[in-house]
Design a protein around this ligand. Structure first.
Ligand code: TXA
Ligand code: MG
Length: 315
């Protein structure tokens, strides 16, 4: 285990250093457009095992593999016409595809938790792209937070959660999208496994067909979708009009609040602020957080999904 986690700058020397750490089995957290990921060489069993250890993540919860391009993704999964349509429309970007794992793909079985499918994505963030290029291989990366906590959208969040357990963090500033990728299952009929940075409406428009929703309780289709997740220390109350005594208010729209996701009621801005504000309210020692109602459309679905998990009783 490393004892001091290095903060690397987002420049050529930092990218080379990060790639070198990955090549020698180490862990490097890095920015993507969604959230910071905790990366390791996806072909290296020991390195991947260390991701689970550093996060305290259950082994049955598989990881997303990050690659430079759709062409590289095809080295690891069975491609399809539908995959081609959505990949050309949304990659690079905040979309993860779950497809049948290719035989002989050469990935650590820990990455897929022995499932016959693989989650793969091509990130758009210039720092993530530069790192993947410098490394030249597949990078397995979950969000860079201790399991069950709020995902990090800044290098400082990663440090607060994982310092001393990982070799380095590449500092790329705040993540522009601010919540995780949308996960689309394409191993059978298209199914939404997790709402995220690409609205499901946009996927349906590209595919020209409706996308099924994962049935509540069908846990194994997205093993990581535990009900309580993204949890701040404070108790979260949703659909609130005003704070109760002891609560701090997280607003949306023109309301009085301690912090506001978007005074203008803009869902893109709200998504970018969501984890940032939850981290901040947690840091202020809020006992309770009351959250304004958020419309259940476009990115609002992903925001509400994360808020409902934050509000769920801890398991
Ligand atoms: O935006 C993101 O997706 C970020 C950045 C770093 O890329 N990553 C991320 O990873 O959110 P993580 O591990 O926090 O969430 C990945 C989710 C988990 O719920 C996991 O269960 C699911 O993807 N997943 C991974 N492989 C899967 C598979 N083969 N089938 C179904 N779900 C899978
Ligand atoms: Mg996560």
């Amino acid at each position: 285990m490393p004892n001091a986690t290095k903060l690397l700058q987002a420049e050529a020397a930092g990218f080379d250093r990060a790639a070198e750490i990955w090549r020698t089995g180490g862990l490097v957290a890095f920015p993507t457009e969604t959230v910071y990921g905790l990366g390791a060489d996806a072909r290296d069993d020991l390195a991947v095992a260390r991701i689970f250890e550093a996060k305290g993540r259950p082994r049955f919860n598989p990881l997303i593999v990050h690659v430079e391009s759709a062409a590289r993704a095809r080295d690891f999964v069975e491609w399809s016409d539908m995959a081609e349509i959505v990949a050309s429309a949304f990659w690079p970007g905040p979309l993860t595809l779950v497809l049948p794992l290719r035989e002989g793909a050469g990935l650590s079985p820990l990455v897929t938790a022995d499932l016959p499918t693989l989650a793969v994505r091509v990130p758009a963030h210039p720092v993530a792209r530069a790192l993947l290029q410098a490394f030249g291989g597949p990078v397995a990366a979950p969000s860079a937070n201790p399991s069950g906590r709020i995902s990090p959208t800044e290098a400082a969040h990663v440090m607060a959660g994982l310092a001393g357990r990982i070799e380095a963090v590449v500092d790329g500033g705040a993540c522009p999208v601010g919540l995780e990728s949308t996960i689309l299952g394409l191993a059978n009929e298209p199914v939404l496994l997790r709402p995220g940075g690409v609205p499901v409406e946009a996927l349906e428009a590209a595919l020209g067909q409706p996308i099924g929703r994962r049935a509540e309780g069908a846990a194994l289709s997205a093993p990581g979708q535990m009900r309580s997740h993204y949890a701040p220390g404070a108790k979260v109350r949703l659909e609130a009009e005003a704070p109760r005594p002891g609560e701090m208010m997280l607003g949306f729209g023109p309301v009085e609040a301690d912090l506001n996701l978007s005074r203008a009621g803009d869902l893109t801005e709200a998504a970018a602020n969501l984890f940032h504000h939850l981290h901040a309210l947690d840091g202020m020692g809020a006992e309770g957080i009351a959250v304004s109602p958020i419309p259940e459309t476009g990115l609002g679905r992903a925001i509400n999904d994360r808020l409902r998990r934050a509000a769920a009783p801890k398991e």
